[in-house]
Design a protein around this ligand. Structure first.
Ligand code: MN
Ligand code: MN
Ligand code: MN
Length: 272
């Protein structure tokens, strides 16, 4: 039994197409797979054959806001066709689109026109973001490099650093619950929170109906796994695991590879 309940495809910012990802996961020995693209389940519509021995579970990684920070909520084992989830995915896409329009407006005031269409062409099926605007500015010779585009226009604190307005954590959790799924707090260690703030985040997540947290996210130090396992058990949450795979060649996030889940934890997949 080898679950991997967190990974990405070309439907968001991953490099493998959905079918290639599923095949690679099976090849890596994964037996239970959830594809958790950012704010979309589009990958599932592109899979034609699930390899033998692999169970595919519905998944998504929703962007949300908690206090002043961005927090990711993974949804697992929900109904993809549920109207609440379909509306949620549409709303998240619109949020990204509106942000791209605001970035384009900022760049227009700097004298660069047509950047939205340019960035969109570079993004293809991906959601348009700052890297696409940077690459477009480079392509028209407005800057010499993507780095320069960030330094001058798009980087933190620059005019084009337009904040994304994500829904509240509670709302993202509610969408997953409405669609019959399990809300999982993604990679709790990646928000750079003090222990006190992380406990506050867990409190709010649980109050909203959150049921699980990722205790193991890719390769991580054993001390961190122990810490997160203790927090998970302290809060009576189920434990999830995943690689957060985006592309081949990243040793810390290979399909099916993550620090082992301590025996003390209650695996989320036992409840499906
Ligand atoms: Mn990503
Ligand atoms: Mn994430
Ligand atoms: Mn992820």
């Amino acid at each position: 039994m080898l679950p991997d309940l967190h990974c990405h495809t070309t439907a968001s910012d991953g490099r493998l197409a959905p079918q290639a990802l599923v095949d690679a996961a099976a090849e890596a020995g994964v037996t239970v797979l959830a594809i958790t693209d950012h704010d979309t389940t589009a990958a599932y519509d592109q899979i034609v054959a699930v390899p033998e021995g692999l169970t595919l579970i519905n998944g998504i990684e929703l962007s949300s806001r908690w206090r002043t920070i961005g927090v990711h909520v993974v949804g697992l084992n929900f109904d993809r066709e549920h109207p609440v989830m379909q509306q949620a995915v549409t709303a998240q896409m619109q949020r990204r689109e509106e942000r791209a329009e605001r970035i384009a407006a900022v760049l227009a005031r700097k004298g660069f026109t047509g950047t939205l269409a340019g960035a969109r062409a570079l993004a293809g099926r991906e959601a348009v973001g700052r890297p696409h605007f940077a690459r477009y500015l480079e392509s028209i010779g407005a800057v010499r490099s993507v780095d320069e585009a960030f330094q001058k226009y798009l980087g933190n604190g620059k005019a084009g650093d337009v904040k994304q307005m994500w829904p509240e954590l509670e709302e993202a959790v509610a969408w997953i619950l409405a669609a019959g799924g399990t809300p999982v707090l993604a990679h709790p260690a990646k928000y750079d929170l003090t222990r006190t703030r992380l406990r506050a985040l867990l409190d709010d997540f649980i109050a909203a109906g959150g049921r699980a947290m990722e205790v193991s996210s890719g390769q991580q130090p054993p001390t961190l796994t122990r810490d997160l396992a203790a927090l998970c058990n302290e809060r009576d949450l189920w434990a999830s695991v995943g690689s957060d795979f985006h592309q081949p060649g990243q040793s810390w996030a290979m399909l099916g590879r993550y620090s082992p889940l301590p025996d003390s934890c209650e695996p989320v997949w036992r409840h499906w």
